[in-house]
Ligand binder design. Structure first.
Ligand code: NAP
Length: 259
């Protein structure tokens, strides 16, 4: 399917690995020029070069912490005007509900709520002026079904989801759509490190830890970054112009709910 976005320009935050990289690759396959970002320069440059070679699109790679004001300023300066914004960053650490203090919440809100909001505020007005734009926020299945040890994530991402629900309806008349993708368990470094933690804690192998988690998913496997990226690229396509303010769950059926 031709996604109809060849020649558009996208900022994909936190995209040297994992789900962000999947989104960058799928957009590049559709002919979209990219601004990619991550904190660590080496893997970011490698990912950018691989995409340039494979898809023959223009890629600017900016090493910066997107959750800081300075990092965002650096990325925004390099990005200039973009048509597509994919918001992403690392997730907050796990823990116990009673242990988190104000500073822990502020850090989680900064990373997973206020950072995407700042980027939306910086980039959406010019999309509206030009009458076309796409915003996709990577959140989590925890928005629909809270993960007890990820209370900081449950809280910050729910806050972003409320903001997106209201804002998406206000920007839609200008041809700009905004939606969220909610990942369940995907085979990325983050999933591998969670499996390693369970393996250590329970004295089982990493493979057994993964098999136990896969058994909890109706699809009986982890999602892939390619599947995730393809969904993101579709939401950014010409065909998705009537999808506004939605929360698309990609979880292999993991959340057991009728709606
Ligand atoms: P990942 O494989 O660990 O990749 C994270 C990517 O983001 C890397 O490129 C990393 O590069 C970059 N990054 C992290 N923090 C950053 C920051 N502050 N500024 C700029 N770049 C940053 O993670 P993932 O699995 O793709 O997860 C992406 C998001 O989805 C996370 O918020 C995660 O909590 C959420 N999520 C993931 C899953 C899953 O199963 N994978 C499920 C639900 C939700 P550097 O480290 O070099 O910065």
């Amino acid at each position: 399917m031709d996604l109809g976005i060849k020649g558009k320009r996208a900022l994909v935050c936190a995209s040297s690995k994992g789900l962000g990289l999947g989104c960058a690759e799928a957009l590049a396959e559709a002919g979209v020029d990219l601004v990619m970002n991550a904190r660590t320069d080496g893997p970011l440059q490698e990912a950018a070069e691989a995409i340039r070679k494979r898809y023959n699109v223009d890629v600017v790679a900016v090493a910066a912490d997107i959750t800081t004001e300075d990092g965002r300023a650096k990325v925004l300066e390099a990005a200039g005007q973009v048509d597509i914004l994919v918001n992403n960053a690392g997730g907050p650490p796990p823990g116990l509900w009673s242990d988190w203090e104000r500073d822990d919440f502020i850090a989680a809100l900064d990373a997973n709520m206020l950072t995407p909001i700042a980027l939306i505020k910086a980039l959406v007005p010019s999309m509206m002026d030009r009458g076309w734009g796409r915003v996709v926020n990577i959140t989590s299945q925890s928005v629909k079904a809270p993960i007890p040890v990820l209370g900081l994530s449950n809280a910050a991402r729910a806050g972003l989801t409320g903001y997106v629900a209201g804002t998406s309806r206000q920007i839609a008349p200008s041809g700009v759509t905004m939606n969220n993708i909610l990942p369940g368990i995907h085979a990325t470094d983050r999933a591998a490190s969670l499996d390693a933690g369970v393996s250590k804690q329970q004295g089982i192998t990493v493979d057994d830890a993964r098999a136990a988690r896969e058994a909890t998913i109706p699809a009986r496997r982890y999602g892939t970054r390619e599947e995730f990226g393809a969904t993101c690229a579709f939401l950014c396509s010409q065909h998705a112009g009537f999808i506004v303010g939605q929360n698309i769950l990609l979880d292999g059926g993991g959340v057991n709910a009728t709606l």
